[in-house]
Every structure is written in C-alpha cells, then in structure tokens.
Write a new protein. Structure first.
Length: 240
C-alpha cells in the first residue's frame, strides 16, 4: 500500500533527491542528472509516495500566476511524475494530487486554477479523460473556448519558440528524456479513442516531444473520487 506526503522543495535532502532521480532514470531514457536538478529547483512542492518507507514515486508541482483576458488566473504546473512500475494502477497519485490541488484552491478561492500539464505519454494524458469533464486538447474540442488561448499563453511564456501553437506540442531543442520503449504500451492500446487521439496529436512522443494540455481545476469539472478528494483538500485549507 502506498502512503503519500506533500513536501516543500526546501525540505528535500540529498539522499531523497538522488532517489527521485534514480526512479526517473529507471523509467526514462536520456535522463540527465543536472537537468533533472534544474527542473526540480523550479518547483515548489513534491508529492512523495512510499511503500514500506521507501520512496517509490513522486510528482513535482509549481503554481504559476498569470493575467488572462484582464483577470488573474493561476496554473498548477505538474513537472516530472514517476510511479515505480510495480505500483502502476494505484489510485494514490490521483487522490493525493486532487487533495493537494484543493489546498491550492483554498489559498486563493476567488482566483481560477487550471492544470498545466505536459503529456510525455498516453498514461499521463488519460488522467484528463478519466477524471475531468472538460480539457484541451481533446476529441471533439473543449467545451470552454478559453482553454486553448490560455494554454497557448502559458506554454509560450515558458517554452517560447519550443512550443508549436498549431500542434500544442513542445519540441526539445536538445536530446530529451523519453519513456523507455519496454514501458510504452501506446500501440497496444490504439483501440482506446483517447490513446489514439494522443498519438495523433503527438506522433513524436517517443522522441521526447510533449503535448501541452490544460483543464480547469474545480469541483464542477472533476468526476467521482477525484472531485471528492478535491473538495476534501479545499476543506482542509491552504497549503503552506
């Protein structure tokens, strides 16, 4: 059974950071320790997942502030996320992330919060279709027409010319980490319409190209257990 905790970046020790990179490099080819630390240093929190006291997964998080159409918005930017393959299928990541997101909402409940997500593979993209009602990009288009321009604004601000507004993909300018081939089941799941859509949007995902995605984080836009965890996080109050 996995146990989760939310840790401020400053609280991570060297041994824990080394463990995070070991997990990351076990799942991604082309992982670079220096770049990993640079990416980690830009985040504010890390969701840690332990089994028998050993770290077996993590997800890095940062809140971005922006102005969109004349009003303030915030975006929860999820960075590197890894769960040891032996624990794939666990719902602890989803539940912990939703509760954490609720606590972020509680900090500024009047400011809309969005999820700014980079999908390196179809498993990440499926979190949107499984737990959200509306998001972009998606089959048939998003219900909220404001999602695409907000995504473009956030992605341009962070990745500049590396972001393609037409495809919503981020193309690395140097060799980039990519999911290990033996962990990639995209072709095997081509019958799943959302997996097929991800593959169509990001045909070069196996080269490290990432699909930028966005969704409103609110109780009305989440389903089932995800919504319940979000609401529990809101009730708990803001995060440090």
């Amino acid at each position: 059974m996995l146990v989760s905790e939310t840790v401020a970046l400053a609280q991570l020790g060297e041994e824990e950071i080394a463990r995070l990179f070991a997990l990351f490099s076990a799942h991604y080819d082309g992982a670079d320790a220096t770049q990993f630390r640079v990416d980690l240093s830009e985040k504010q929190w890390v969701l840690l997942f332990r089994a028998e006291q050993q770290i077996v997964g993590f997800s890095t998080q940062r809140v971005l502030a922006a102005q969109f159409e004349g009003r303030p918005v915030r975006a929860l930017f999820s960075g590197d996320t890894v769960i040891d393959r032996r624990h794939w299928g666990s719902q602890v990541l989803m539940k912990s992330w939703c509760r954490f997101s609720g606590r972020v909402i509680a900090q500024e409940p009047e400011t809309p919060l969005f999820w700014f997500l980079l999908s390196k593979g179809h498993r990440t993209y499926l979190y949107l279709s499984l737990f959200f009602r509306d998001w972009f990009p998606r089959r048939g288009g998003a219900g909220d027409p404001g999602l695409e321009p907000l995504l473009n604004q956030l992605a341009r601000a962070r990745y500049a010319d590396g972001y393609d507004e037409l495809t919503h993909c981020i193309h690395p300018v140097t060799p980039h980490d990519r999911l290990k081939a033996d962990l990639d089941s995209t072709e095997e799941r081509h019958h799943n319409l959302d997996v097929a859509f991800f593959r169509e949007c990001n045909p070069r995902y196996s080269e490290g190209v990432e699909l930028a995605c966005i969704a409103r984080i609110s109780p009305e836009n989440l389903r089932g257990a995800a919504r319940r965890e979000l609401e529990a996080g809101i009730d708990e109050g803001g995060i440090g």
